[in-house]
Design a protein around this ligand. Structure first.
Ligand code: AVJ
Length: 358
């Protein structure tokens, strides 16, 4: 196990995490803004290959493989992040308000575990709203490093935090925490508490979740991780949370196609695809798909792809946990599980996981 402040997850398949909006596209097709007319009989010329690991490259790969699947991290462009904020406020979407309630109700106990003069690191900080509940309860927190893949998102939330907590040293880190990363030197040398909220861990397949937890344990060695995960429950409640009556989750799912149109010059008609979300109790996960309602042909980066009626693009997994299952996963990752905080209905859980040194 590495003892320095470097973390990394084996890049096996897609690190399927919900990272907030990535920055500007690394690659744009030439002339994407002008509609190009290509004679029907002539195949569109293949453009330059998009950079590996970019939205373009991953979308091409997703459409070419069977079953078709893409990482949910691509949901979070500016439009997708705004839709996700709306999801969090939906009556059916219990996770956000439940986690906020758990953190608020138990803020004193959590603050005692964290201790005075704390250094905090939040993974996938986004708007950094939940951490305020902790900051308000902590005794003179020292430093806060929000880690986020989106520089703009991060700059905004870091500036707001620095303004509202003048004694806190805010050190934003632009990084994809599923890849090797370094913490700011002062934080890397102190006892630190990680905060990984919102059940984003559920976006990872079990093997990748274990690898991610191992790398977080190495990054936090000598400190602890405060981890929020969603729990297994009545499938009807789960189904409703991902099939809201107002259709916001459907719009969030279809935004992936609109993003491909905007950034990659694709010609998806989002109305050709149905939002399909269901709970698989055997794998304890919600699956989200975009299912072709008819035969569909799309063009993307100079290539043509066909969907048969009923064929899908798998856009997200959202695993649900049991408390014992999460604790044994954490143990396998090298953590020592401590207290667990839950809501009375046991919809959601927040875990204190000690990261032994070394
Ligand atoms: C941000 C990954 C925790 O899985 O519940 C919400 C994303 N997808 N509605 C989740 C999401 C559809 C969310 N996570």
């Amino acid at each position: 196990m590495r003892s320095d402040a470097v973390t990394g997850v084996s890049a096996r398949g897609d690190p399927a995490v919900a990272e907030p909006a990535p920055g500007p596209p690394a690659w744009k097709p030439a002339g994407a803004s002008r509609p190009r007319r290509v004679p029907r009989s002539v195949p569109a010329p293949a453009g330059p290959a998009p950079a590996p690991g970019s939205f373009g490259a991953d979308m091409l790969r997703a459409l070419a493989r069977r079953p078709r699947a893409i990482s949910p991290k691509y949901f979070y462009d500016a439009a997708g992040s705004a839709l996700f904020e709306r999801i969090c406020a939906l009556p059916e979407y219990y996770p956000t308000r439940t986690e906020v309630a758990i953190l608020s109700e138990n803020a004193c106990a959590i603050a005692r575990s964290v201790g005075p003069g704390a250094d905090l690191v939040e993974f996938g900080a986004g708007a950094a709203q939940k951490v305020r509940i902790l900051l308000d309860a902590l005794e003179s927190p020292s430093r806060f490093a929000p880690v986020d893949i989106c520089a703009e998102h991060l700059a905004g939330s870091a500036a707001a935090l620095a303004r509202d907590y003048p004694c806190l040293r805010v050190r934003p880190v632009v990084a994809d925490f599923t890849r090797p990363m370094r913490l700011p030197a002062r934080i890397a040398n102190a006892r630190r508490t990680g905060f990984f909220a919102g059940s984003s861990l559920g976006n990872f397949d079990p093997r990748d979740a274990l690898a991610l937890l191992r790398s977080l344990r190495a990054l936090l060695a000598g400190g602890a991780l405060l981890l929020g995960v969603d729990l297994v429950k009545d499938p009807a409640l789960l189904h409703a949370a991902y099939n809201d009556a107002a259709g916001v989750t459907a719009a969030f799912n279809r935004n992936l196609l609109e993003r491909a149109n905007r950034e990659l010059g694709a010609d998806f008609d989002p109305r050709d695809f149905a939002h399909h979300a269901f709970y698989d109790p055997r794998r304890r996960r919600i699956e989200m798909h975009l299912v072709a309602l008819r035969r569909v042909t799309v063009r993307l980066l100079g290539r043509r792809f066909d969907f048969g009626e009923g064929e899908s693009l798998h856009t997200e997994n959202s695993y649900k946990f049991t408390i014992d299952g999460l604790r044994s996963l954490a143990r396998r990752a090298g953590f020592r599980p401590g207290p667990v905080w839950c809501d009375p209905q046991r919809l959601f859980s927040v875990h204190w996981l000690e990261a032994s040194a070394g």
